[in-house]
Design a binder for this molecule. Sequence first.
Ligand SMILES: CC(C)(COP(=O)(O)OP(=O)(O)OC[C@H]1O[C@@H](n2cnc3c(N)ncnc32)[C@H](O)[C@@H]1OP(=O)(O)O)[C@@H](O)C(=O)NCCC(=O)NCCS
Length: 184
Amino acid sequence: MDVVELEAAHCDALVRFFGGLSEGDLTFIEEEVTDPDVVRSWTSGGSGGRRWVVLDGDGEGQEVAGYVAVRPLPGWSAHVGEVRLVVSPTRRGSGLGRLLARQALVSAVGDGLSKLVVEVVAEQGAALALFTDLGFTGEALLRDHIRDREGHVRDLMVLAHHVDETWAGMATVGLEDALGPDLS
Ligand SMILES: CC(C)(COP(=O)(O)OP(=O)(O)OC[C@H]1O[C@@H](n2cnc3c(N)ncnc32)[C@H](O)[C@@H]1OP(=O)(O)O)[C@@H](O)C(=O)NCCC(=O)NCCS
């Protein structure tokens, strides 16, 4: 399956995808994604950042299997991109998360962002493994920072990828090839 940049034609499938996620998964996205107008505004220049989806099937039956967004932070942190990533619960563990995160990183570097951050629940083994392999490292641990649906507090980790510092390491995961010679 391919990762494609979000277009207007994908919006209905993306709204269905978000509508099928649990409340817990939706917290990772942060934006009001169950509102179709919000999702449609993303492809009409109504919000900053770039977004990609993994599509499953063709035509009217096309479904979204995963989603990633990179949104530059406002003001004096405009050089920092925040990553939001979710894969359909039925499709996890088959490499889609890794594929989407890699796309986000390659595009962010190409767009000139010099730092990426992602918030991960501390016990989320898959998310930690995935982002660590792409050169992200722990930058902050916010203790008891979030409350899950059962009311239990959990730690939140902020992972960061400093593009300049990790450039040498990026070659080892093949990102240089993906970016092409003009961007290295
Ligand atoms: C995090 C998430 C995006 C991963 O998506 P995924 O498609 O399952 O990820 P992948 O299949 O690419 O797996 C990536 C790596 O995670 C690890 N992994 C996968 N499932 C795992 C699990 N259940 N426990 C621990 N590690 C796991 C593996 O190391 C895997 O690497 P591998 O390919 O070498 O086996 C997905 O679990 C998700 O949507 N979670 C909820 C939202 C979230 O936490 N987002 C991240 C912060 S924004």
